[in-house]
Design a protein around this ligand. Structure first.
Ligand SMILES: Cc1cc2nc3c(=O)[nH]c(=O)nc-3n(C[C@H](O)[C@H](O)[C@H](O)COP(=O)(O)OP(=O)(O)OC[C@H]3O[C@@H](n4cnc5c(N)ncnc54)[C@H](O)[C@@H]3O)c2cc1C
Length: 506
């Protein structure tokens, strides 16, 4: 669907305020990342009055906040981009196979400008409460800037791995540390110069795996504190040439259909267990050399059969042994006890190689736990590490953190936080029973972080858009998930996850 540049912005003026001090809208969208931007565009196309509230000082969500060195997407750029506008697809030119954070941020800012979205986006504003009023059948939304908004629909585009839910572990003594500390997801806009410093990185998940090689090249000494070793596949990133892009752009829509309809990883008819070992090894080798997440799709049974999975996991373990020269360090880096793919595998550039540098030390916190942070560094059970800077690559309160950070109250004043105490329940990952007209984009239970998230975001935005049109066509004031439907959905998802052993990841 082409962009709607011809439609003017729908900013709400003072004269449109129905109740003094309260702005009346059709929809409030929380968050201005990939999800919030497309949702706003969709609502405006439908002629609805909407406003986006964004806590950050710019649009972009994940790609606004995560400015740490090495931050990069692990889905290929040509696939990790919107497909809703053919013009946008054709005109935007990606420069690398896997886009870097600055390039993604430029792209999302371009989208905000191209579709004239900014007048309806209020930055530097955090939504703090949202309560459903059963007399007016509207959501009453409040922000930390004192905004009071009444809207028929509340759409949460707050992100699964969001700055709003950053996790800094509560180490004793952090407040006494005399150096500087940073979290990868709230990185200083002007960057950090680690030249000559003694630096610690805590955490070896996706962000740690990306930031560690870059800091190692800059710092005098880097000490990595690892709890859970991760599977990681080389990215083999490279510049994208014009010819490749031109050709790709002729089959963009076909490609997106494939990503939407075909299971990218399970769709391969070839099975690891029915392939002779030498051919299987050659296939793994070829995918390893090609790089990127397609390694998980080498065979169609890798994510559903433990024995098949072991063949791929063992291949990766052998690669680590081959790359890392110190056999003891290699053994500490090798992931064990959970299947390859049960956690989204990392995609790296020089990660394992980095441990061959003589300025890099790996500390396994399972053997020597961190006891405290001292004024001069980190104390483990084995001794002190003197440091100038600490980088927390410790991730997020994932999936529900940013949602539950808002005080959301539905029918009978029930709090979402209480309803989800035993775990989230959302029909299609998008709607919670008892919370009418509230929608969550890529909420808990949807494929979200185990998918190409832009594809999942577009699906949810389009589903929500269609749903709102359905309601309008029938004159429906409210719509909400049934308890039984949410429960059935949850059971179905749990069954699928168990089959794929995804529930076992640490
Ligand atoms: C380092 C990193 C790398 C990633 N790499 C990939 C990848 O390779 N492939 C992939 O598919 N996905 C990746 N992801 C997941 C990524 O989050 C999604 O792909 C996508 O960017 C999510 O977009 P979103 O709009 O749903 O959420 P976000 O981009 O997280 O945006 C949510 C926004 O909501 C705002 N917000 C939250 N709560 C409030 C509130 N109460 N009030 C106001 N504003 C609020 C936040 O400030 C944030 O800006 C990565 C995530 C991280 C952190």
């Amino acid at each position: 669907m082409p962009g709607s540049l011809e439609r003017g912005p729908t900013a709400v003026s003072e004269s449109e305020r129905d109740t003094p001090g309260t702005i009346e809208l059709d929809a409030v969208v929380v968050g201005a990342g990939f999800a919030g931007l497309y949702m706003l565009h969709k609502l405006r196309e439908q002629g609805r009055r909407a406003r986006v509230f964004e806590a950050g000082s710019g649009v972009g969500g994940t790609w606004f906040w995560n400015r740490y060195p090495g931050a990069r997407c692990d889905v290929e750029s040509m696939d990790y981009s919107y497909s809703f506008s053919e013009e946008l697809q054709q005109e935007w030119r990606w420069t690398e196979r896997f886009p870097s954070q600055p390039e993604l941020l430029r792209y999302l800012n371009h989208v905000a400008d191209r579709f004239g979205l900014r007048p309806d986006i209020q930055l530097n504003t955090r939504v703090t409460t949202a309560a459903f009023d059963e007399t007016t059948l509207r959501w009453e939304v409040r922000t930390d800037n004192g905004d009071r908004v009444s809207a028929q629909h509340l759409i949460l585009a707050v992100g699964c791995l969001s700055a709003a839910a950053t996790q800094v572990p509560d180490f004793p003594g952090l407040g006494t540390f005399g150096g500087r500390w940073y979290h990868t997801c709230d990185w200083p806009v002007d960057g950090v110069d680690f030249t000559g410093q003694r630096v610690a990185v805590i955490g070896t998940g996706s962000s740690g795996v990306q930031v560690i090689p870059v800091i190692a090249r800059e710092a005098a000494r880097l000490t990595v504190f690892q709890r859970t070793p991760n599977f990681s596949i080389p990215a083999r990133n490279r510049p994208l040439d014009d010819e490749y892009q031109r050709e790709f752009k002729t089959r963009y829509n076909e490609r997106r259909e494939m990503l939407r309809n075909l299971n990218f990883f399970l769709g391969n008819p070839r099975l690891a267990l029915s392939t002779p070992p030498d051919e299987r090894q050659a296939e793994y080798e070829a995918r390893w050399q090609a790089g990127g997440p397609a390694f998980l799709g080498t065979f169609g049974d890798l994510l559903v059969d433990q024995e098949a999975n072991d063949t791929a996991a063992d291949f990766v373990r052998d690669q680590i042994r081959e790359i890392v020269r110190d056999p003891e360090v290699a053994e500490r880096l090798i992931p064990r006890g959970y299947p390859l793919g049960a956690k989204r595998p990392c995609i790296d550039t020089d990660y394992f190689d980095t441990y061959n540098r003589n300025n890099v030390t790996l500390v396994d916190v399972n053997r020597t736990p961190i006891e405290e942070i001292t004024p001069t560094g980190i104390r483990t059970s084995a001794g002190d590490h003197e440091l100038d800077s600490i980088v927390f690559a410790t991730g997020f309160d994932a999936m529900t953190g940013a949602i539950l950070a808002i005080d959301i109250r539905g029918r009978d004043g029930a709090r979402l936080r209480d309803k989800w105490r035993a775990g989230p329940r959302a029909y299609l990952g998008a709607a919670a029973a008892g919370f009418p007209n509230m929608f969550i984009i890529t909420g808990p239970g949807s494929p979200s972080v185990i998918s190409n998230m832009v594809v999942s975001i577009e699906q949810h935005v389009e589903w929500i858009g269609d749903h709102l049109e359905y309601m309008r066509a029938r004159g429906l004031q409210t719509s909400e998930a049934e308890v039984a439907a949410a429960r059935r959905f949850l059971l179905r998802i749990e069954g699928l996850l168990r089959a794929g052993r995804w529930l076992e990841s640490p």
